[in-house]
Design a protein around this ligand. Structure first.
Ligand SMILES: NC(=O)c1ccc[n+]([C@@H]2O[C@H](COP(=O)([O-])OP(=O)(O)OC[C@H]3O[C@@H](n4cnc5c(N)ncnc54)[C@H](O)[C@@H]3O)[C@@H](O)[C@H]2O)c1
Length: 288
């Protein structure tokens, strides 16, 4: 049994996808430090084992479970949610963070961008199944429990609008644009239920394995993956009760500010709602 904890997330169960990656690892450690129990999911067994070792050293391991879960496969998402529920209860918090980066296609993709001929249909399908469908699958598997509890937090990690629209950044960019649209619709679908849906992005290239050394960046100039922690922990805590439908840019979170003010200063509505008005619609306006 784990020791009772007093953090801002004590008693909560969080599920984090892509948990063994650069940002995922920071999130898992932060959520554990805040008192949550965490189910850490990834397809990288070696890095998951390293994460478990790191938590054992810090005596956080009693509230951690790690499992090899491929979010591009719906059955595995369902199993992971059921396992988290049986082990810790909930889940109350879902962080859809797992994704494939363009370096999977070619590691120097930032230096020489990737054109359509270099992308096989199989790669396209795997990217979209992971970066787009994976978050929907996880939310689909977790949502009934959250709605039944009348409390839930869904955080979707997308990317900068620049990357979504960038030429020769497919399938990564468009798949993330799709997840941004899913997030906007689900924030509205779950409004008033106690389940919030928000997007958090780093705000630019971040110092994680997703940005290969071959990118040619000065690593010190990249955003630290730990920048994602303050907005995500804030959203998952009671302070985030009324925050839904927002998009937070982590690099703009000012640690010198009081958290509510820092959150208010780095957010905007999810996606592009200003473009979503007034379609030509038979009989008047579409149902909101
Ligand atoms: N690093 C950046 O510059 C940057 C910028 C903007 C947004 N992001 C987003 O941040 C999130 C975290 O990325 P990161 O920078 O930590 O990269 P990362 O490559 O370090 O971590 C991503 C993790 O996702 C896992 N993953 C890949 N496919 C999976 C699957 N099918 N099922 C389960 N897990 C899978 C990988 O094994 C990896 O551990 C991603 O959603 C990414 O798109 C990153």
């Amino acid at each position: 049994m784990s020791m009772p904890e007093r953090g801002r997330l004590a008693g909560k169960t969080a599920v984090v996808t892509g948990a063994a990656g650069g940002i995922g690892r920071e999130l898992v450690l932060a959520l554990l430090r805040e008192g949550a129990s965490v189910a850490a999911l990834d397809i990288d067994d070696g890095r998951l084992a390293a994460l478990a070792d790191q938590c054992a050293e810090r005596e956080l391991a009693t509230r951690l479970s790690t499992s090899r879960t491929d979010i591009s496969r719906y059955e595995e998402c369902e199993e992971a949610i059921a396992h988290a529920r049986s082990q810790f209860g909930g889940p109350h918090i879902l962080i859809n963070n797992g994704a494939m980066g363009m370096g999977v296609i070619r590691r120097d993709h930032m230096v020489e961008l990737i054109g359509i001929q270099e992308i096989t249909p199989g790669m396209w399908d795997q990217f979209t199944a992971t970066n787009y469908s994976g978050a929907w699958y996880m939310t689909r598997a977790a949502i009934d429990g959250m709605l039944a509890n009348g409390w839930g937090r869904i955080v979707n990690v997308t990317t900068s609008f620049f990357t979504m629209l960038r030429s020769k950044f497919h399938p990564y960019g468009p798949a993330k644009a799709g997840l941004e649209a899913i997030s906007a619709g689900q924030a509205e679908e779950f409004a008033g239920t106690g389940v919030t849906v928000n997007v958090v992005v780093p705000g630019g290239p971040t110092d994680t394995p997703m940005v290969p050394e071959e990118s040619g960046f000065d690593r010190g100039a990249l955003i630290s993956p730990s920048a994602m922690v303050p907005p995500i922990v804030w959203l998952c805590s009671e302070a985030g009760d009324d925050a839904t439908g927002h998009r937070y840019v982590a690099a703009d979170w000012d640690p010198a500010c009081e958290p509510d003010a820092a959150a208010a200063a780095c957010r905007a509505p999810i996606a592009w709602p200003d473009l979503a008005h007034n379609p030509v619609w038979p009989g008047g306006k579409p149902q909101a």
